[in-house]
Design a protein around this ligand. Structure first.
Ligand code: GDP
Length: 311
């Protein structure tokens, strides 16, 4: 394969697809545009959870059982922090901490998040480009029955328990896309633009809320294919289904397709959800990604759907 491939992605669900893709296409031809709406400052450190999930997953360092952070992590910092009465609701492993310290230091020195991210990827020999959606601050705020919560407070500290009324992305409307993101989407050699099976409302929407990215997707000549995060009428993991129910949205691939209307040309739907008429081209496959083979298979199905669209 000689063309270029773009993926819009959140953390865990999206990283599974990106890892599958990186086994199918030369990593140099792959660009992941990553949600930074979850980014936050904690203990004085700049933390980018979705970018880090991509970095750990693509460098083989991810903790697969846990679903976040690094494998074979040690926790001396957290133990010491707790002893001193520090805020301990957000787990920071010792290895993970190194990444946050370096990122924070470089951001303070004036480097952009995308440059820092590219340097980390190079240090860990990741061939794919991992681009934050924006170098500017965008913050996902969840309006709940307990009031407005910054994303990590909702997700980690409150374990997604509060009922969600609305979600907004502060700063997105005026944020510029990270350098290279728009050019990557509009490059004439792009063969497929994939929307990973990430949470549409919490992980993909922040990316789409950056005006230059949405507009590039609308103008892109390459086929845009979404992979459904709904498998057999449920979300595989995380708050997607709970949040859809709380927002009064039917939990189905059709709802996700409707949510992306005007942006996507096709959707890869899980075989468990049957034949669905979405008004766009669909393909059905087993989209559950448990093993590496599953990840490669789902990526191949999504690419096949894009190829069908190119005719
Ligand atoms: P986060 O940012 O770490 O919360 O993760 P994402 O937003 O990238 O992914 C969460 C979404 O991925 C959930 O809606 C899941 O249903 C979906 N997901 C996770 N694993 C799979 C899988 O194996 N197959 C499919 N189709 N969706 C998945």
């Amino acid at each position: 394969m000689s063309g270029k491939f773009i993926v819009l992605t959140g953390g865990v669900g999206g990283a599974k697809l990106v890892l599958g893709l990186s086994q199918l296409v030369p990593p140099k031809q792959l660009t992941a545009i990553v949600n930074t709406g979850d980014d936050f400052e904690h203990l004085g450190l700049a933390i980018s959870p979705d970018i880090d999930t991509l970095l750990y997953t693509l460098s083989g360092k991810a903790n697969a059982e846990q679903g976040w952070g690094r494998a074979a992590e040690s926790w001396a910092f957290m133990t010491a922090l707790r002893e001193l009465g520090g805020e301990d609701w957000f787990q920071l492993g010792d290895g993970d901490l190194a990444l946050h310290v370096l990122r924070t230091m470089r951001l303070r020195a004036g480097d952009s998040l995308s440059k820092i991210c590219a340097d980390f990827a190079r240090a860990w020999e990741i061939g794919a480009a991992i681009l934050p959606m924006s170098d500017e601050r965008v913050a996902t705020i969840v309006t709940t029955d307990e009031g407005d919560l910054p994303f990590q407070h909702y997700f980690v500290a409150r374990r997604c328990e509060p009922k969600v009324r609305a979600v907004r992305f502060e700063g997105a409307a005026t944020a510029k896309a990270a350098l290279g993101a728009v050019d990557a989407i509009l490059h004439p050699e792009v063969e497929a633009i994939l929307i990973a099976p990430s949470n549409p409302y919490l992980s993909v929407d922040p990316i789409l809320a950056v005006p230059e990215i949405r507009s590039a997707l609308e103008r892109a000549t390459a086929p845009v294919v979404a992979v459904s995060p709904i498998v057999g009428g449920k979300a595989v993991k995380g708050p997607t289904a709970k949040l859809m129910a709380e927002l009064g949205i039917e939990i189905s691939p059709a709802s996700v397709a409707a949510h992306y209307e005007g942006l996507i040309d096709a959707m890869l739907v899980d075989i468990r959800d049957g034949q669905v008429a979405l008004g766009i081209k669909t393909r059905s496959a087993d989209t559950l990604m448990v093993t590496l083979e599953d990840r490669v298979r789902v990526a191949a199905e999504a690419l096949a759907l894009a190829r069908d669209l190119r005719g």
